[in-house]
Design a protein around this ligand. Structure first.
Ligand code: 5AD
Ligand code: FES
Length: 348
C-alpha cells in the first residue's frame, strides 16, 4: 500500500484500482501513511499555516430543488431570509477586525440578487477592504454574469460540481439541472480568471468508487485552485432525509488523496466535517487540508441556513468561532494567519 501511495504522490495521478484500494483498506497503518504524506505535502507548500475565510450566508432563498439540500425550494419548513447590504457590510467590518482577509458570499440561487446587486456588493466590499479577497458562491450563472462579477472585483468562485458522473448527477438533482451546464460554469469561471473551486460531498446517496474516480479525473482535468469536500449529512426535510451520512474516515482519505494529486490546492476542512465529528476539522488539517471557513453571518440567521442537520456553531458569534479555531489549530501545532490566502499554484 505504501508503494501505491508513493506512486500517487510522485506521478500525481491515480488509477481506479489505487482509489479502490485506498478507500477500502482496513489497514490503519496505510491510512496513517496516506495522511502523513498528504500532511507533509501541504506543509511543503503552505507550512503549518492555516488560511481562514469568513463565510457570509447572505440568502437562503433558492430556485433549485437539489434532493440533498435543506434550502431547496421544495422545503416549506425552511424559514427564508435575506441579509441587507448593511448587514453584509457589518459582517465584513467585524470580520476584518478579527483578522479575516477573505470574505465568502454564499447563498442560494436567489433572483432578488440580480447581477447589478451582486456587482454592487462586490465592488463596495473591495472598496471598503482593498486588501481582502472576495469569493462568490452563488451557483450557476451565465458566462456574462460571471464576467460582470469578476470585473466588479470578485477574486474567487466556489461551485462544487457535486459529482462528475452523469447518472449519479441525475440521482442527486432534478432533471432541469445538468452536469454539462455545471461543468460549463466551472470552465467559464476558470477561463475568466477566477481562482475557481469545485468539489463534492463524500457519501452522497448513490456514490461509488467509480463515481469518485470520475470526480478525481474531473478535478485533475480542471486543475482548480480550490476543492471543497465534506461529508454528506442528511437534512430531515429533504428527499434524502433518511439516508446515511458520509463518514469521517472516507472524507479524510479523500482529502489526503486530493492533496497528493494537487499539492498546491486550497483545501478546506469544512464545517460539515466538524459537524460529523468533534475533532473533524483538526483531523482534516492533519490529513492535508489547509483552510477553515468559520461563519460570519449574524447569529440571528445562522440556524436558518440549514443545508444539513446539526450544523455546528449556529449559536456562536464570529469572534467565538475565531478564538475557538485559533485554539483548535494551535493544539495540533498549526496557526491561523491573517492573510488573503491565495493559491500558491505556480500556474494560477
Ligand atoms: N450535506 C452536506 N453538504 C451539503 N451541501 C448541500 N447540502 C448538503 C448536505 N445535506 C453542500 C453542497 C453544496 C455546498 C454549498 O453545500 O455540496 O455545493
Ligand atoms: Fe465556531 Fe468552534 S468554530 S464555536
Amino acid at each position: 500500500m505504501r508503494d501505491r501511495i508513493d506512486r500517487i504522490a510522485a506521478e500525481r495521478t491515480i488509477s481506479a484500482e489505487d482509489l479502490r484500494a485506498l478507500l477500502e483498506t482496513q489497514d490503519a497503518s496505510a491510512t496513517e501513511y496516506l495522511a502523513a504524506r498528504a500532511r507533509e505535502t501541504a506543509q511543503r507548500v503552505y507550512g503549518r499555516q492555516v488560511y481562514v475565510r469568513g463565510l457570509i450566508e447572505f440568502t437562503n432563498y433558492c430556485k433549485n430543488d437539489c434532493y440533498y439540500c435543506g434550502i431547496r425550494r421544495g422545503n416549506p419548513n425552511a424559514e427564508r431570509y435575506r441579509l441587507t447590504e448593511e448587514q453584509i457590510f457589518d459582517c465584513c467590518r467585524s470580520g476584518y477586525a478579527l483578522g479575516f482577509r477573505t470574505f465568502v458570499l454564499q447563498g442560494g440561487e436567489d433572483a432578488y440578487y440580480t447581477d447589478e446587486r451582486i456587482c454592487g456588493l462586490v465592488s463596495a466590499i473591495k472598496k471598503n477592504h482593498p486588501d481582502c479577497a472576495v469569493t462568490l458562491s452563488i451557483g450557476e450563472k451565465s458566462r456574462e454574469s460571471y464576467q460582470a462579477y469578476f470585473d466588479a472585483g470578485a477574486d474567487r468562485y466556489l461551485l462544487r460540481h457535486e459529482t462528475a458522473d452523469e447518472a449519479h448527477y441525475g440521482k442527486l438533482h432534478p432533471p432541469e439541472l445538468s452536469l454539462s451546464n455545471r461543468k460549463r460554469c466551472l470552465w467559464d469561471l476558470k477561463e475568466i480568471g477566477y481562482q475557481t473551486g469545485c468539489g463534492f460531498m463524500v457519501g452522497s446517496p448513490g456514490q461509488t468508487v467509480e463515481t469518485l474516480y470520475e470526480d478525481l479525473r474531473f478535478i485533475l482535468a480542471l486543475s482548480p485552485a480550490m476543492v471543497g469536500i465534506g461529508p454528506f449529512i442528511p437534512q430531515k426535510d429533504t428527499p434524502f432525509g433518511k439516508e446515511a451520512p458520509g463518514t469521517l474516515a472516507q472524507t479524510l482519505r479523500l482529502l489526503s488523496i486530493i492533496r497528493l494529486l494537487l499539492p498546491h490546492v486550497l483545501l478546506p476542512a469544512t464545517t460539515a466535517l466538524g459537524t460529523i465529528h468533534p475533532q473533524g476539522r483538526e483531523q482534516g488539517i492533519l490529513a492535508g487540508a489547509n483552510v477553515v471557513m468559520p461563519n460570519l453571518s449574524p447569529v440571528t440567521v445562522r440556524e436558518k441556513y440549514k443545508l444539513y442537520d446539526n450544523k455546528i456553531c449556529t449559536g456562536d458569534e464570529a469572534a467565538e468561532c475565531r478564538n475557538c479555531l485559533n485554539g483548535r489549530m494551535e493544539r495540533i501545532g498549526y496557526e491561523i494567519v491573517t492573510d488573503r490566502g491565495d493559491c500558491k499554484m505556480p500556474e494560477t
